[in-house]
Every structure is written in C-alpha cells, then in structure tokens.
Design a protein around this ligand. Structure first.
Ligand code: ZN
Length: 130
C-alpha cells in the first residue's frame, strides 16, 4: 500500500503534484487539479489500491484544499513589475537589491518617484509591489 509523502504546488491555479511512497520505497506522483466543485485526477496516476472516490483519497483532497487555502493567504513577498509600456524589469535591468530597494543593475539603487522607481542615470523604471 502506498502512503502520501508530499504535496507540491505546480505552475497554474490549483494544480498540485501529490507524491505517494510505495512499500518498496519507490515513489509515484499524481497531478491533481482542484476545481470549483472537487478534485480532478487521472485515476491511472494514483497508486495501486487508491481510487478517486476512496476515503483515503478524500482525505488527501481535504489536505490539498487546506494547502491551497494556506498558499492563498500567505503574505506576498515584494516584487518588481514593469511600468506600463516599460521593459526594464523583464529585461533584467532592474532587480530588487539586498535592502529591498529597486536597483538598476548598471547604476545601483534607484530613486522613488511616486509611484514608480527611477534610475537617475539611464531612466530605467520599475514598479515595486509590496
Ligand atoms: Zn541605470
């Protein structure tokens, strides 16, 4: 019989990799998609003895919902976005410095020009999302 050992988020809304460990120590991963009404999973991707409508899988679905809920409530780390029509962040010209200040990779810490940040030397611009 296989036991649940890991739940990992995948790119995309409500998508998770659920990993089970078989009694021989090998692992098997099923991709699970939380939907508005339930849980989507290919039954063939579940380990032997597990089915979509089993009590065991129902408890995994409860754990997934809790995990998903916790991720939605996590405080977001500050991040940089391009200003409208800008490209400095996506090109990598602006990064978050160690102090959390937007920093031009060529010229150093940038100046806040509410609401954007500006490099006074090359006019690179960025928006800081807190
Ligand atoms: Zn610059």
């Amino acid at each position: 019989m296989a036991v649940l050992v890991r739940i990992e988020s995948l790119p995309g809304e409500g998508r998770y990799a659920v990993t089970f460990e078989r009694s021989d120590g090998s692992e098997q991963t099923a991709v699970v998609h939380l939907t508005g009404t339930g849980v989507d999973v290919a039954e063939a991707s579940l380990p032997a003895g597990w089915t979509r409508d089993s009590d065991a899988f129902a408890t995994v679905a409860v754990a997934l919902r809790a995990f998903d809920e916790a991720r939605r409530h996590a405080p977001a780390a500050p991040s940089l976005r391009d200003v409208s029509g800008g490209w400095d962040v996506s090109l990598g010209n602006v990064v978050l410095g160690e102090s959390g200040t937007p920093t031009c990779t060529a010229h150093g810490p940038m100046t806040q020009t509410d609401p954007d940040w500006l490099c006074p030397e090359c006019y690179a611009r960025a928006v800081l999302i807190m």
